[in-house]
Design a protein around this ligand. Structure first.
Ligand SMILES: *Cc1c(COP(=O)(O)O)cnc(C)c1O
Length: 433
């Protein structure tokens, strides 16, 4: 038990910075996590529909990943070796090549080990695109989220997050934000506007080094790009001599139903960022996939102490071997995505003006206001479900359950969510009357 010493009961509030975030919504102390469930210090078990914001696509403490990691540590396998050659790295690279890259016709990609979090791979992608093209401007999209370090933050749309830089926008330049698909509603084709901005030499948009987009916007409200939109952005990037960067940090590793969320669009991005579920077990691990012809770094030109986490190499390799050698997980995700859509439609029916968002196992409901979304999530938490919001005004209730969630648990979590939505909807109706 964590609080045998009563002085520790308020340790978080007393000692941890105000910047703390998710713990504010889920105000309990977690002591255990297994599969799709987390247990707190009082022994209460919660179904996890947040899954580390899509970092735990294979659930908490997968037994095979855990066993391989324990074995690696027990035999004094290398924990940290900068980016030196290790057996764990060789095995991981081999598995990535054979299980992920080759079957997808992506044999011509190099893998760059970046610092351990997603934002590190985004920074590396930005630097490389600018270095290759000799241009500064990067085209990012409305509601995009790409990370918290200064470069990645410059690509990020969210005003509150940008404000955290304390520079009033200074140092966050070199980026043009253009409308993502659907930004003006379903009837307006943003591609026409984007093309005009790029083709009109007086639009004020400098020739871009790169375009960067998320196939499904995770933090920005579960806007999902169509295959046609992704293909068109890929074509525009080519036409304008810019690189295409796909940020698949949240939408990747199977979340959409395929390993990469852009696979069905048939595009081959110049650079692909990977993090979140890449390690398979929630360990910090990020990488940048680079089309061979773009791998123009000088040795050590982009360096770092924690590049290539050996423990993550072990667990990530097991994830590839366990889940990606056949299409079982993909099929499973597609089936569960249908269950999810059906359940969310019930919520849409309960809340006037609400609508479905996202695709695959990355769906949610735009309930119209952040207050209502927060009310639904806090009622769900009371009932034993961990779930968060997303979107410009946090107006989208977002479901990011582990892909491996057993159907029975999944349905149980969805029932809790529907009940929470029913109560919250009734409550706002009473308040309005
Ligand atoms: C989470 C996320 C990032 C940043 O990753 P960190 O590990 O938090 O640095 C970047 N892009 C997308 C799409 C993300 O969801």
């Amino acid at each position: 038990m964590p609080f045998t010493d009563p002085n520790q009961e308020d340790i978080f509030k007393r000692r941890e910075s105000q910047v703390r975030s998710y713990c504010r919504s889920f105000d309990t102390v977690f002591v255990k996590a297994q599969g799709s469930e987390m247990t707190d210090a009082d022994g209460k078990t919660y179904i996890d529909f947040l899954a580390g914001c899509s970092t735990l696509n294979y659930g908490h403490n997968d037994p095979d990943m855990k066993a391989a990691l324990i074995e690696h540590i027990s035999r004094d396998g290398v924990a940290h070796g900068l980016d030196m050659f290790t057996d764990a790295k060789a095995e991981w690279l081999g598995a990535f090549e054979e299980i992920i890259l080759k079957p997808r016709g992506m044999d011509n990609y190099k893998i760059m080990m970046t610092g351990p979090t997603g934002t590190n791979s985004v920074e590396a992608a930005m630097k490389l695109a600018r270095k290759i093209t000799g241009r500064n401007n990067i085209i990012a999209f409305t509601n995009g989220f790409h990370g918290m370090t200064m470069g990645a933050l410059s690509l990020t749309g969210n005003a509150a997050k940008r404000g955290g830089a304390g520079t009033n926008g200074g140092g966050l330049g070199g980026v043009t934000h253009l409308p993502y698909e659907g930004a003006f509603g379903d009837d307006v084709d943003t591609l026409e506007q984007i093309e005009m901005m790029l083709n009109n030499p007086s639009s004020g948009v400098d020739a871009p080094a790169a375009f960067i987009f998320e196939p499904i916007q995770g933090e920005g409200g579960l806007n999902a790009a169509s295959n046609e939109w992704m293909q068109a952005i890929a074509r525009l990037a080519k036409e304008h001599g810019a690189l295409l960067i796909v940020d698949d940090i949240q939408s990747g590793c199977g979340r959409s139903g395929t390993y990469f969320a852009f696979e069905e669009a048939g595009i081959k991005p110049d650079l692909v960022t990977q993090a979140k579920s890449l390690s398979g077990m929630g360990l910090p691990f990020a990488a940048l996939l680079i089309k061979e012809e773009h791998d123009v770094w000088n040795p050590a030109e982009h360096n770092g102490t924690f590049r290539g986490n050996n423990h993550a190499f072990v667990t990530s390799r097991v994830a590839f071997e366990k889940f990606w050698k056949d299409d079982k997980l993909s099929k499973d995700v597609k089936e569960k995505a249908d269950i999810l859509t059906a359940a969310l439609k019930e919520i849409v029916d309960l809340i006037p003006g609400s609508r479905l968002k996202g695709r695959g196992m990355m769906q949610g409901v735009d309930v119209g206001t952040g207050d209502l979304a927060a009310d639904i999530c806090s009622r769900a938490f009371e009932k034993g479900l961990i779930i968060e919001t997303s979107g410009a005004d946090d107006e989208v209730v977002k479901i990011l359950a582990p892909l491996t969630t057993p159907v029975e648990t999944f349905r149980k979590g969805l029932d809790i969510l529907i009940e929470a939505a029913r109560e919250a909807a009734a409550n706002t109706k009473i308040a309005a009357e």
